[in-house]
Design a protein around this ligand. Structure first.
Ligand SMILES: CC(C)(COP(=O)(O)OP(=O)(O)OC[C@H]1O[C@@H](n2cnc3c(N)ncnc32)[C@H](O)[C@@H]1OP(=O)(O)O)[C@@H](O)C(=O)NCCC(=O)NCCS
Length: 141
């Protein structure tokens, strides 16, 4: 498996990846997704030896104080093979100098919540409230 930073993106390939995990708010406007990838601080991909896109993670960051992981996804057919771990471990190392390394995900009571929370905990991440922090935001539309 090849983990690499990428800066240009194929619309069909990106659509297939996001569609594989059922992320309708993203696939409904794939042009917006492409723009968000292009404007990210870093987009990391995982590909197999044939070049097939297996997973992707992207960050929003000032590369000093904060790294925000916005989107980490692995093609549903390839879950459970260590791809998500490889992507997130790379980002943890890459942004180790930042004070904050954060992400937002669905609550544990949501459909995919238990699986995602188990994954993030396995990778050493903890919830804000467990270290005396809170996260605030406007209601997600
Ligand atoms: C969450 C996601 C990125 C995990 O990627 P993955 O490649 O399937 O996960 P990995 O195989 O790398 O698993 C890494 C570790 O987490 C653990 N883990 C993963 N899913 C788990 C689950 N459902 N329950 C318990 N542990 C789990 C694995 O056991 C593994 O532990 P190990 O490395 O110590 O053996 C992937 O399931 C996904 O793309 N989900 C849909 C999109 C999504 O919801 N993304 C996250 C929210 S932003």
């Amino acid at each position: 498996m090849l983990i690499a930073q990428e800066t240009s993106f194929d619309e069909n390939e990106i659509f297939q990846l996001y569609d594989s995990v059922g992320w309708k708010p993203w696939t409904r406007d794939i042009a917006k997704v492409l723009r968000s990838l292009e404007k990210s601080h870093l987009v990391l991909t995982a590909r197999d030896e044939t070049g097939k896109l297996l997973g992707l993670a992207r960050t929003v960051s000032d590369d000093e104080m904060i790294c925000y992981v916005q989107e980490l996804l692995v093609n549903r057919e390839f879950h459970g093979q260590g791809i998500g771990r490889r992507l997130l471990e790379f980002l943890k190392d890459r942004y180790v100098h930042c004070r904050y390394f954060v992400l937002t995900t669905d609550h544990e009571s949501a459909q995919e919540g238990p699986a995602n929370h188990a994954f993030y905990r396995r990778l050493g991440l903890i919830e804000h409230h467990e270290q005396g922090l809170s996260a605030f935001g406007l209601r997600v539309g």
